[in-house]
Ligand binder design. Structure first.
Ligand SMILES: C[S@@+](CC[C@H](N)C(=O)[O-])C[C@H]1O[C@@H](n2cnc3c(N)ncnc32)[C@H](O)[C@@H]1O
Length: 285
């Protein structure tokens, strides 16, 4: 198999026992990221390993390719980059609490679990219902059906230990004013904590607001918050004086033409800040 050949056909929709995910709107986007992660994990030359994602992917009666098109490795590479940051943080805080906002069907906990961490998932009720089905909570793992913007979920983070918040594939779907308020509240409520989230550039946000189709059968929900990489640090610092460290990071396409395009973008000064990216924030202790 060449590095550019498509991943194996993932799903036979005639199989009995499949679960109908029944999602629409932004919650449905959890199937897009699952598609990209699981398809990467199923490749013979996979750059990302996640048997749990593959299990869930194959158990859902959903025509991923019709909706999202041929899988690409973008979301797998994004998840892998966040895994690295989480593992690094867990080396310093092995008993820490990780809160994943808008976690959908991410199986990140399975990839980074050290046997000691505590994990809290916060997602909308339809996301939590599906997650309860496939990834039931346990002694160190809790699920909360809540709007991440409502600070009520923060009361569920008990103890004084260190807290790491992940918001993967979430902030772009919220209005900027909501992201601003949420980040400022996190900085106040979790002193010394770390936040990792990803961003889309302003041009991509604008396109989705006009109506961007991923395929003829799937329109990407509006992403009202877009920000170019060079604007991230000044923006976050203007939002809260408790933002101590801001690091912008990138994640790369795994291979082929998309990786080449990605490299060309990064080598062009006028374009290098206009790619999706990752942000790591440390809050004042
Ligand atoms: C693109 S998916 C990302 C899922 C997962 N983090 C991943 O990377 O695969 C967006 C997720 O955000 C959740 N979501 C959207 N708005 C939310 C909100 N206001 N509060 C909590 N979760 C939200 C959706 O239900 C969905 O699970």
């Amino acid at each position: 198999m060449s590095p550019d050949s498509p991943p194996p056909k993932p799903l036979d929709l005639t199989r009995p026992g499949l679960t109908n995910p029944g999602l629409t709107g932004v919650p449905e986007t959890m199937l897009w990221t699952l598609h990209n992660r699981a398809a990467e994990a199923m490749r013979p030359n996979a750059r990302f390993h996640d048997p749990e994602a593959v299990r869930i992917y194959q158990a859902l009666a959903y025509d991923y390719e019709r909706h999202f098109g041929r899988a690409d490795g973008s979301h797998a590479m994004r998840a892998a980059a966040i895994d690295v940051l989480l593992r690094r943080w867990l080396e310093r805080h092995p008993d820490g609490t990780i809160v994943s906002l808008g976690e959908g069907l991410e199986t990140q906990r399975h990839r980074v679990d050290n046997g000691r961490l505590s994990w809290l998932t916060v997602d909308l009720p339809e996301g939590i219902a599906l997650r309860d089905h496939f990834l039931p909570p346990g002694p160190r793992v809790r699920h909360l059906a809540a709007d991440a913007r409502d600070p009520a979920w923060m009361d569920a983070v008990t103890g004084n230990g260190p807290v790491h918040i992940v918001a993967q594939g979430l902030f772009m779907y919220l209005p900027e004013a909501d992201v601003r308020q949420l980040v400022a509240t996190l900085a106040r409520r979790f002193p010394g904590g770390q936040l990792v989230f990803d961003t889309v550039p302003a041009w991509l946000s604008r396109l989705t607001l006009r109506g961007l189709h991923r395929t003829p059968h799937y329109r990407i929900p509006p992403m009202p918050w877009g920000i170019d990489a060079d604007a991230v640090a000044p923006t976050l610092r203007s939002w809260s004086p408790r933002v101590a460290v801001v690091e912008t990071l990138d994640y790369r396409m795994p291979r082929g033409l998309p990786r080449l395009m990605d490299t060309l973008f990064r080598l062009t000064p006028a374009l290098r800040h206009k790619l999706p990216g990752l942000v790591r924030v440390e809050f004042e202790g």
